[in-house]
Design a protein around this ligand. Structure first.
Ligand code: SF4
Length: 420
């Protein structure tokens, strides 16, 4: 059995989802113009943040699935989305999240015929899907429509003999699932580039400045098993993980386009190079909203909320980091009485920063990745308020955000950061 459209139980699980994932504090801030103040704390919410349509749907289906199959074992083929709070709640309903493993037989070794398996918003690879179908599981597929759109583009490239270059993290579930689509075509190959630096290496090879062996020593884990640079970098088609930074994706495209022109000439470009921007609209809207906030100015610091393994949250933090003091946190518990526990871009461990609120007025920008529920955002605001003995009931609307910085929060925090 294969379900893709839920079980018609939306009205039954809706009230529970609203109670669990919505926030009165966030609703209030939205209703008074996304800005509010209490004491010396001034908050400004991004105009778009938090749960996207794909995550909304995936979480809804997971709750519907539990209700539809109360007596069956229910598994998730991996984290439904990259948010610790949501994953904890789903596990508390008795849905088991399976550990990651490259081999489908290993990943699904505890799953038996008749068990229910929920496929996450970022999809699963072709071999994983085939494995589960062969096992005769009940499949509840929550793969987001925007991910399916990327797969369509990848199939289009691979079918026509273009090697698929994916701007994405090769170990991320979505990119692994996307890459597997390329292999469904005869001779299909793929290569994943994580960022501009990796793209430049591929371009060095295309221009004849880097030997094939050197390229492959870097990309062995990020390319299809039979990938052969001499053969597979003559015609390339680009796609990207849906949650990458749009500005970087455009640079990756242009950088590869120029390398192909240098190697093969402009006249031959159409038959050797194709590019589609497959950033999803929800990711784009959240990035645009952050850009708008940064351009408006007047913020002293930014809190970016979302799982540390959430690609779209990392992209938001990457945008803010160079512009102002940014704290990427994954849960309200990161707001501690002794400081803020956060993850710096690219770091594997947390940093605890004390003195981060500085003294006097502080203007705090807040955004959250597409897998972060409003309930988490609201709780973060409440915990920040509590540090100064304030509550959400004291938030008033809307304090104007003046240009420039008013506190020493950034300087103080810079001095007091240390790894925990
Ligand atoms: S971030 Fe985009 S692709 Fe991912 S689930 Fe949300 S809408 Fe879908």
């Amino acid at each position: 059995m294969y379900f893709q459209k839920g079980f018609g139980l939306k009205s039954e699980v809706g009230p529970l989802l609203a109670r669990t994932y919505q926030s009165a504090v966030v609703e209030r801030l939205k209703s008074i113009g996304y800005e509010a103040s209490a004491g010396g704390l001034h908050f400004k919410l991004a105009k778009e943040f938090g749960f996207c349509y794909g995550v909304d749907r995936a979480v809804d289906y997971a709750y519907q699935t539990r209700r539809q199959f109360p007596d069956r074992r229910v598994f998730l083929s991996g984290e439904i989305i990259h948010n610790p709070d949501v994953n904890d709640r789903i596990q508390a309903m008795g849905i088991r999240i399976l550990a990651d493993a490259r081999d489908p037989a290993e990943r699904f070794k505890d799953v038996a015929s008749g068990d229910v398996v929920i496929l996450p918003a970022f999809g699963v690879s072709v071999p994983e899907l085939e494995h589960l179908k062969a096992k005769n599981c009940v499949l509840v597929d929550t793969t987001c429509g925007s991910v399916l759109n990327v797969w369509k583009k990848v199939n289009f490239h691979a079918r026509d003999g273009y090697t698929v270059i994916i701007h994405g993290k090769h170990h991320h579930e979505e990119t692994r699932a996307t890459a597997s689509q390329a292999l469904t075509h005869k001779g299909g190959q793929y290569l994943c580039v994580r960022d501009l630096a990796e793209t430049e290496l591929v371009c060095d090879y295309i221009r004849g400045r880097l030997p094939a062996a050197a390229l492959m020593s870097r990309f062995r884990d990020a390319a299809s098993e039979e990938f052969t640079p001499e053969r597979d970098l003559q015609r390339i088609g680009l796609a990207n993980q849906t949650t990458m930074l749009m500005s970087e994706t455009l640079k990756v495209q242009e950088t590869l386009r120029r390398a192909m022109v240098d190697r093969y000439g402009e006249a031959d470009l159409d038959s050797r190079f194709r590019a589609f921007d497959t950033i999803c609209s929800a990711t784009q809207e959240r990035q645009d909203a952050v850009l708008e906030m940064l351009s408006a100015g007047g913020l002293d610091l930014m809190i970016v909320i979302g799982g540390y393994n959430s690609s779209n949250t990392q992209a938001l933090a990457k945008m803010c980091g160079p512009r102002l003091q940014t704290y990427h946190i994954d849960s309200p518990g990161c707001i501690e009485t002794t400081g803020i526990r956060h993850r710096q871009i690219g770091a594997a461990t947390d940093t605890l920063t004390s003195g981060w609120l500085g003294h006097g007025d502080v203007r705090i920008g807040i955004t959250a990745g597409a897998s972060t529920p409003d309930s988490v955002v609201g709780e973060v605001i409440e915990r920040v308020l509590a540090l100064q003995g304030l509550t959400a009931a004291e938030l008033t609307a809307p304090a104007p955000f003046a240009q420039g910085s008013s506190t020493s929060a950034k300087a103080t925090a810079d001095k007091q950061s240390y790894a925990s």
